[in-house]
Design a protein around this ligand. Sequence first.
Ligand code: GAP
Length: 455
Amino acid sequence: MDNLVSLAKRRGFIFQGSEIYGGMPGIYDYGHYGTLLKDNIRAAWLKHMIQLRDDVYGLDSAIFMHPTTWVASGHVGNFDDPQIDCRNCKNRMRADHILESFGINADKAPIEVINAELDKLRAAKKLKCTNCGSSDLTPARKFSLMVKSNLGSPTDALTEENVVYLRPETCGGIYLQYKNTLDSLHPHLPFGIAQVGKAFRNEISARQFIFRTREFEQMELQYFLKKEDVEKTYEYWKNTRFEWYVAHGISRESLRFYKHEKLAHYASQAWDIEYNFKSLEGFKEVEGIHARGDWDLSQHSKFSGVDLSYFDEETKQRFIPHIVETSAGLNRLVLMFLDHAYTEDEVNGEKRVFLKLPFALAPVKAAIFPLLKNKPVLVAKAREIYEMLREKFMVEFDDNGNIGKRYRRQDEIGTPYCITVDFDTIEKDAGVTVRNRDTGVQERVKIEELVGRLK
Ligand code: GAP
């Protein structure tokens, strides 16, 4: 993790939020290459969900929604984590995570059960602060993850009457626009609505770099279908999403499914796709796939008074569709792809760090160099190639330092190809040298073939 965090900062991928003011826990900003990488992951997901399918539509719903949305969804009443504090160093911890470190699964357990388990550890003198080691810890208590604001309220005060919430998940917006999508695009079941956007959670312990943050982006699909199709469609989405990771370069053996045994009362199935993070030393959730029944639309129908049922022309029946959801964290996938791509090897006896990112996700696809910075003829030709390629690909021109230094920089940002213009390019019209990031192998490629080869 230390290596990744330092590379991410050094090379302009990810910075601590508000760093000059001492930083804010669980808040990160994305620099030039981080933004490009995140955009490419988002684009790959949208292509898979929308461009390559006939049955999924896009949406970009607002972060702010009517506050009743989150009462109907159960978030206002129930979206909390068990918090425990150290009286000695004021460290704040997730009680369920502490129990998990002792092999006790407290996922969705009531607070009384969590405190009973903590008491057993306390009695055995095993319960310690994860920061200072003190045994002086408070009992666990529920801590709401909802982030509040006072948008448009007549007073500054945040009271239950005037509060609005920053959405804790993006799917709420999809449920609220299900009817408009139906009425404007007239899809037949089954169909899906996909959206990527920001979500906010007041996470108790946001300490694992961008793995768990307080502001993050989700990529969610809500797939509406008939109840009798849920079982087979659920399997379909589980496998389709798993294969998406493999198709984007994540090795099969570093992925696995995790089945949730304790389910929300409305859910019939919940599985996570987990990735084996080197930086977090183990398998962790990157995406959840949930069969949510007809609960969401039923709740919003009930609370809004608007009929959200679907009329099936074939059977002439009216019913509330069921939902299968796939929900991935975009920032968490940035960490996963960086973690998977981070590679160290040795070239000519020197340690080399490079990001083995797949071409589609790499922030920069190729870098173009003149062999020598002070030879105008080389610089002009390299610039000409750069101008030609940038129309089609995200590419960079670099004439700083020597070729070795430029390779090292491009390796660290994961650029798959480096293209060098030398004297043979000019004098013999002998093409350019294209160096492969992963193998270091160099080959001569004709200039007119570059676009095709990169494609
Ligand atoms: N709508 C369902 C839902 O939100 P979730 O399991 O709470 O389900 C889905 O979240 C995904 O969102 C997770 O698998 C994770 O990738 C991402 N995610 C959740 N909380 C996050 C956080 N605090 N920081 C970064 N990513 C988060």
